[in-house]
Write a protein that binds this ligand. Structure first.
Ligand code: GDP
Ligand code: ZN
Length: 462
């Protein structure tokens, strides 16, 4: 991003009609806009953080709308700058007029339209939010399930950042110890023994694992699980979808896969969005096939390649057939497969789940809804879901990657610590790299303010 720092304005509420709508302005000093739009005598101000009911005025004095004006004075605002919020009636035309009026009144101070995310970007620049919190703002707005919203709030409130910062602090403490020793080479010899550096490192690695598991669970809530449902016609795929969803109406947000068919449905499992791709749709399309459809089919198969799990449904009463084998032959090699044997009410099988060499087999009846929980558990197991009751962080892929890289460096540090020559400088370097990766999560690139920490907290002369 390379935004300038001129004042910005935008309609903050969703497009369309609503009871109220909000125009938000942020900048270093907004008095010209406030005076003009709110009709205040020159030099007069709105009482900060108080809602004042007044008329929003055009430059000819005519009234655009009546509503509430709130002035948040810097730094006590969302962006950390002066913020003016004008709450008027939520019609698209009236809000556009109000926005245009603000831009006109602010022309002298360089007021311009805000870019997407720019208010939050300023909040980040002004230290109102760190990077992970800023991301959580977007995630909360985008949350598609209650569980996802809850964990976004958790990240937004700074819980995730706090955990990361605590981890960083532990790494810093260990680095301080090591780097102090590096200055006195004769002390290196039994440093690792005396200082319990290995113990500290082990504790750090354990904390990282814990954060990582919470973050991956959160990422699951955010990204969901891509599930391919494959099987011959009439084996009971639609019935299974309904059974998984719990009721027929629980099938939410159908996504149009291609022009003519509906290939993906999203249902929820413990708040995890399951994006279910029905390959039946693909095979039906295979038979006709103009160019557009063929591209659609290719795309869908590409999605199958990226699936997290494949449910291959078979008729337990009929037993496996050649057509079943042909379907299975199209599955990508390294995606876990659950073989779902349906209609056990006809076959006389008992509901069961068993692990076998190539796949897990689950026996159930979709229409009788027996054994469906076994399948649910199996999907959650494959997803790596753990019911911890702990609050989760709605982590992003970026966070997971950073955590994995930090883990890589901590592992390397552990290896250096394990060797007999105790390569302390390499040990220290890996710790530094791990810290850097962790810092990237909250956006704090503070490479060598570490020195400052060392000198302020550690008495070298002793
Ligand atoms: P799809 O074509 O794979 O989506 O299969 P459907 O879900 O439409 O089901 C095909 C037929 O099988 C319907 O008549 C269902 O009522 C029936 N069916 C589905 N599941 C079961 C089951 O577990 N037991 C029995 N007896 N019939 C089932
Ligand atoms: Zn069907």
């Amino acid at each position: 991003m390379k935004f300038d720092t001129s004042p910005i304005a935008a309609i903050a509420t969703a497009p369309g009609r609503g009871g109220i709508g909000v125009v938000r302005v942020s900048g270093k000093d907004l008095s010209p806009v406030i005076e003009a739009v709110c009709g205040l005598a020159s030099g007069k101000q709105l009482q900060p953080r108080h809602a004042t009911y007044l008329s929003f005025l055009n430059d000819d004095g005519s009234i655009i709308d009546q509503g509430l004006a709130i002035h948040f004075k810097a730094p006590h605002s969302y962006t950390g700058e002066d913020v003016l919020e004008l709450q008027g009636h939520g019609g698209p035309v009236v809000l556009q007029m109000l926005l245009a009026r603000c831009l006109q009144a602010g022309a002298g101070i360089g007021l311009r339209l805000a870019e997407p995310g720019e208010f939050t970007y300023r909040a980040y620049l002004n230290d109102k939010l760190d990077l992970a919190q800023a991301e959580a703002v977007a995630d909360l707005i985008d949350a598609s399930t209650e569980a996802a919203a809850k964990s976004a709030t958790q990240s937004l409130s700074g819980e995730f950042s706090k955990t990361i910062n605590a981890l960083v602090q532990k790494v810093i403490n260990l680095r301080m110890l090591v780097e102090a020793t590096l200055d006195f080479p004769e002390e290196e010899i039994d440093f690792l023994e005396k200082s319990n550096a290995r113990g500290q490192l082990a504790a750090i690695r354990a904390s990282l694992e814990h954060v990582f598991s919470q973050a991956s669970q959160g990422a699951l809530l955010r990204e969901g699980l891509n599930v391919v449902l494959a099987g011959q016609p009439n084996v009971g795929k639609s019935s299974l979808l309904n059974a998984l969803a719990g009721s027929d109406v629980a099938i939410v947000t159908p996504i149009a896969g291609t022009t003519r068919d509906k290939v993906t449905e999203t249902i929820q499992l413990h708040g995890i969005p399951l994006n279910i791709i029905d390959t039946a749709g693909i095979r039906e399309l295979d038979s006709h096939g103009d160019e557009v459809e063929r591209i659609g089919i290719q795309r869908t198969w590409a999605e199958v390649e990226r699936a997290d799990v494949i449910m291959h449904m078979l008729d337990a009463a009929r037993g496996p057939t050649r057509a079943d084998e042909e379907i299975a032959a199209r599955f990508p090699a390294n995606v876990p497969v659950v073989r779902v044997w349906n209609k056990i009410d006809l076959s006389g099988h008992k509901p069961a789940a068993e692990e076998q060499a190539d796949a897990t087999h689950v026996y159930l009846s979709a229409s009788e809804r027996t054994g469906v929980d076994l399948l649910r558990n199996e999907l959650l197991r494959i997803a790596g879901w753990q019911q911890t009751g702990e609050s989760l962080y709605l982590a992003r892929e970026r966070h997971l990657i950073a955590l994995k890289q930090a883990r890589f460096h901590l592992d390397a540090a552990a290896e250096h610590a394990a060797t007999s020559d105790q390569a302390l400088d390499l040990f220290a370097e890996e710790l530094r790299l791990a810290q850097e990766r962790l810092n990237s999560i909250t956006g704090e690139f503070t490479p060598d303010d570490l020195l400052g920490v060392i000198f302020s907290r550690f008495c070298i002369g002793k």
